[in-house]
Design a protein. Structure first.
Length: 220
């Protein structure tokens, strides 16, 4: 093959590369994805910082169980438990299904239902299913115990979780005790002390002159 033929081949290859580059450039311009001004959904418990970056999840305040449990709606909690019963047995039969039996779950040691194969993450978590622990776990099982086999998305509503826990508490041979309500916060002690403090030096402020009896000016 002479030099002319080689030049034709090189020109064809170069022309093809230029053509592909131009097509790619045009395609990227035409089909450039449009980034929405706001995300399509917000991740539960994550707050967006001013610069658009996600900050750490905000820790939720725990209910005062001594106050909320006596007034919680256990019947409404039973209705909410239908979501749990797709994978858990809540009856006194204590049958393990996809998830462990939930009868007498309140105040039960974690990962201790006989015959159920718990995830290593659940076993490693340890501890007890207290009211606080159930409240945090039911909100987002996968976020609270990463690696758990429980795929339930969770209940974002604090009211639903309180009612559900109220039902789970009664769903036992011996319901767990309700703690005493948290004591009311004391009044602002520094402010009260300042208001009650005597005048500087312990002296009693003199009464206005207009309040002195006639003829007794300057009398103590």
């Amino acid at each position: 093959m002479d030099s002319f033929e080689w030049n034709k081949v090189a020109g064809a290859v170069l022309g093809t590369l230029i053509f592909i580059f131009v097509i790619r450039l045009v395609a990227e311009t035409v089909y450039e994805p449009e980034i929405p001004a706001k995300p399509g959904f917000a991740v539960q418990g994550v707050v967006e910082a001013a610069g658009g970056a996600a900050s750490a999840p905000v820790e939720e305040a725990m209910p005062d169980w001594g106050t909320v449990l006596p007034t919680a709606d256990a019947a409404a909690g039973k209705t909410v438990s239908v979501k749990c019963e797709q994978c858990h047995d809540t009856s006194s039969a204590k049958t393990n299904k996809i998830g462990p039996a939930l009868f007498s779950v309140v105040d039960r040691a974690r990962a201790t239902v006989p015959g159920f194969d718990y995830s290593s993450a659940m076993k490693a978590k340890g501890g007890t299913w207290t009211y606080d622990e159930l409240f945090k776990f039911i909100k987002s099982p996968g976020a609270y115990i990463p690696g758990t086999k429980m795929s339930f998305a969770g209940l974002s509503s604090a009211k639903d979780r309180i009612n559900l826990i109220a039902f789970l508490r009664t769903n036992a041979d011996s319901p767990a005790a309700i703690p005493a309500p948290a004591p009311a916060k004391a009044a602002d002690a520094p402010a009260a002390a300042t208001a009650a403090a005597p005048a500087a030096g312990g002296a009693t402020p003199a009464a206005p002159a207009g309040n002195l009896a006639p003829g007794k000016a300057g009398a103590p």
